[in-house]
Design a protein around this ligand. Structure first.
Ligand SMILES: NC(=O)c1ccc[n+]([C@@H]2O[C@H](COP(=O)([O-])OP(=O)(O)OC[C@H]3O[C@@H](n4cnc5c(N)ncnc54)[C@H](O)[C@@H]3O)[C@@H](O)[C@H]2O)c1
Length: 305
């Protein structure tokens, strides 16, 4: 049985590397013949330019779809309907309506559909999720995420889908749901069309949630803080370092977590669920829930404009 990567640009190349490292027989499909030539040499993979060949490939068990966002729905739909298992990069579609349709097609066809929500394979965040679930933090009072850095002006990127999506998914991963009753404030700064900073506040049960997302605040931060009545945990999501502060003594302790290679783990989990007919490690419904949250934030931004 073989796998494929459809769309092997900046991010798809990393998928190609991980399948190759896992010793999987792989076909790489891209429109760019020069890139394909490089991948043949670097990874010894088979390459093609017409994705339709994959649809009819009986040996193909599943594939990663890493093409540009507007094409996700179309490609995923075709491959799911052809009975192939799909690891679909984030955002799984450009609307929640399309995302829900993909979830339904996968269910009807009995194939795996999973989404590239890579932080669910970050060992520090996994540890934090376990600690929250076990009640080790006590009553959760505050959840604060900073997802900020200084980037050039992007003419065609959307800060909610390209940057913020991961922070939204981390909250959903930690608490099993999206924040409610949200308020937003955004500003376009150097752009005419799209926000470069979005601040979001909301609630998860009785906890206050605060999210700062920006392309104009150096230095780069990918920080998650969960403050509970017993313990507060701080995670640097880039380095997978974590600190725990005891709320009574205010003593601080570093927790040694072995950093994972999240993409390697994501692809291993996909290969395992596709090969053994298991449910996906990251259910596609989660992809749809996150797009619903993005749509709510977009509506709120429109209201305040
Ligand atoms: N999970 C993550 O952390 C993460 C990180 C970066 C990017 N991404 C996602 O990965 C996707 C790709 O992003 P990117 O930065 O690699 O973009 P990219 O533009 O570098 O790559 C896209 C590739 O798709 C190819 N392609 C387009 N149409 C095709 C077609 N019809 N047939 C075959 N190939 C086709 C292009 O030639 C290109 O090589 C996006 O959806 C992005 O959101 C996810």
């Amino acid at each position: 049985m073989s796998f494929a990567v459809l769309g092997a640009g900046y991010w798809g190349k990393n998928h190609v590397r991980e399948y190759s490292n896992a010793g999987i027989e792989l076909t790489v499909c891209d429109l760019d013949k020069e890139k394909l030539g490089q991948y043949e040499k670097e990874f010894g993979v088979k390459t093609i330019t017409d994705y339709k060949e994959l649809l009819n490939d009986e040996k193909l068990l599943g594939l990663s779809i890493c093409t540009p966002n507007p094409t996700h729905y179309k490609f995923a739909k075709e491959f799911l309907e052809a009975g192939k298992h799909v690891l679909l990069e984030k955002p799984m579609a450009v609307s929640s309506k399309e995302a829900r349709e993909l979830v339904e097609i996968a269910r009807k066809k009995g194939v795996v559909l999973t989404v590239g929500h890579i932080f669910r394979f970050n060992n520090a965040l996994k540890k934090l999720q376990e600690m929250i679930e076990a009640g080790e933090l006590g009553k959760i009072n505050v959840v604060e995420l900073a997802w900020t850095n200084l980037d050039p002006v992007y003419p065609d990127r959307d800060i909610l889908t390209d940057l913020a999506l991961h922070s939204f998914d981390i909250i959903n991963f930690l608490f099993g749901k999206n924040p409610e009753n949200i308020q937003v404030a955004g500003e376009k700064h150097r752009r005419q069309d799209n926000e470069e900073t979005v601040f979001i506040t909301g609630k998860i049960d009785s906890a206050v949630v605060n999210l700062a997302i920006s392309w104009v605040i150096p230095p780069k931060k990918r920080e998650v803080i969960v403050a509970g009545s017993e313990r507060t945990v701080y995670v640097n999501a880039s380095t997978q370092e974590m600190k725990v502060i005891d709320m009574k003594t205010q003593e601080e302790e570093s927790i040694g977590v072995e950093a994972s290679n999240p993409l390697q783990e994501e692809i291993k989990a996909f290969i395992d669920s596709a090969s053994n007919n298991k449910g996906a490690a990251v259910a596609a419904e989660k992809g749809a829930e996150i797009i619903e949250f993005i749509e709510t934030v977009q509506e709120k931004l429109k209201e305040q404009a």
